[in-house]
Design a protein around this ligand. Structure first.
Ligand SMILES: Nc1ncnc2c1ncn2[C@@H]1O[C@H](COP(=O)(O)OP(=O)(O)OP(=O)(O)O)[C@@H](O)[C@H]1O
Ligand SMILES: [Mg+2]
Length: 332
């Protein structure tokens, strides 16, 4: 656990970036700091690895005040990922990832093989290992940044808007990969973003900060959407919070109906809806058994027939759901 107790940061010019912040960041989970620009997210994050020194208060890791440790030793146990990855431009991809392991004295071969494994783990084609960062796309660079931060197997990972500079599709992929990776590695991750959707998607817990570095609310995402603490949080969480809260509703078993004849299939995979003409109408979004009510509702809303298609893990259609059934689930 990382604990902030009454932590204040006042910069030399008098700016109070963080004001008496107290919160507990549980181990082996993702905690997201979210809030408007300038609210002190980066400052709070960097005080954890002491690349910014706090003015007053205490930050402890598993009960030990971080000021009692040598800053360099502290930082080696903490991975750090930033926007645009911050890779060393004159080192190849694999050398970038192997940097810290070599620094802490691993032999070259072990550092290299670990780096190659990590590149694979973050979903990067290992053929790119000998390239230089400038020869990669933004999304690929971000993956290398994550691999590099994981290289010395730190217990803690600090991530400062790591996915902000890539397009929405790549961003979505990187988010999914991070969640998948976290299921394996179970690190204590502190993730900064100004995007509330990203916070809700990634966070086991979300700390909403307001300008002046004050904590507005600390809660799991479902709680944040259901019960915003005040007007500021309500405004920040957004207008359609009721709809987004459906992300966290997993109906036991939505009763799906048998596949209608109008649904055209190829090897069980839905192709489109027949409507009497040559061309098929698009299927709409699909959902899986066990998916959230939001996914089921979206399938119904995007289907031209009003029937949402339920698929199995192989993408094969297993049934459909109609608007009335979703409406019934919404009421219960
Ligand atoms: N070195 C500095 N000297 C003086 N003020 C600073 C310094 N660094 C940051 N600040 C100020 O501290 C406040 C918090 O900055 P910080 O970078 O922590 O915000 P942030 O929440 O990360 O913002 P963003 O979303 O834009 O990245 C801002 O008002 C900023 O101008
Ligand atoms: Mg910042």
């Amino acid at each position: 656990m990382i604990e902030f107790e009454d932590v204040t940061k006042r910069y030399p010019d008098g700016t109070v970036a963080v004001d008496k912040l107290s919160l507990r960041i549980p181990s082996n989970q993702i905690t997201v700091f979210v809030g408007p620009s300038g609210c002190g997210k980066t400052t709070s994050l960097r005080m954890i690895n002491r690349t910014i020194e706090r003015t007053s208060g205490t930050i402890s890791i598993d009960g030990d005040d971080i000021n009692g440790k040598d800053a360099v030793t502290l930082r080696r146990g903490i991975g750090y990922v930033i926007q645009n990855a911050g890779l060393f431009p004159h080192k190849t991809v694999v050398e970038n990832v192997a940097t810290v392991p070599k620094l802490i004295g691993w032999d070259k071969r072990k550092a290299h093989s670990t780096a190659m494994e990590l590149l694979e783990r973050v979903g990067l084609d290992v053929k790119l290992a000998e390239r230089y960062p400038a020869q990669l796309s933004g999304g690929q660079q971000q993956r290398v940044g994550v691999a590099r931060a994981l290289a010395a197997d730190p217990a803690i990972m600090l991530m400062d808007e790591p996915f902000s500079a890539v397009d929405p599709i790549v961003r979505h992929q990187l988010q999914e990969e991070l969640l998948r990776l976290q299921r394996d590695i179970g690190k204590t991750i502190v993730f900064v973003t100004h995007d509330i959707d990203e916070a809700i998607k990634l966070g086991d817990n979300v700390a909403v900060l307001r300008v002046g570095g004050k904590l507005a609310q600390f809660a799991p995402p479902a709680e944040l959407l259901a019960n915003p603490a005040d007007e500021f949080v309500r405004g920040f969480v957004g207008q359609d919070r009721g709809y987004r809260a459906l992300t966290f509703v997993h109906p036991e078993a939505l009763p799906v109906k048998p596949l209608p004849d109008e649904l055209a299939l190829q090897d069980g995979v839905p192709l489109g809806w027949r409507n009497g003409s040559e061309e098929l109408l698009p299927v709409g979004s699909v959902f899986k058994r066990g998916d959230s009510l939001r996914a089921a509702l979206d399938a119904v809303l995007t289907s031209p027939t009003g029937c949402g298609v339920c698929v199995d893990d192989n993408g094969k259609a297993v049934g459909v759901i109609d608007q009335a059934t979703v409406a019934e689930a919404l009421r219960s």
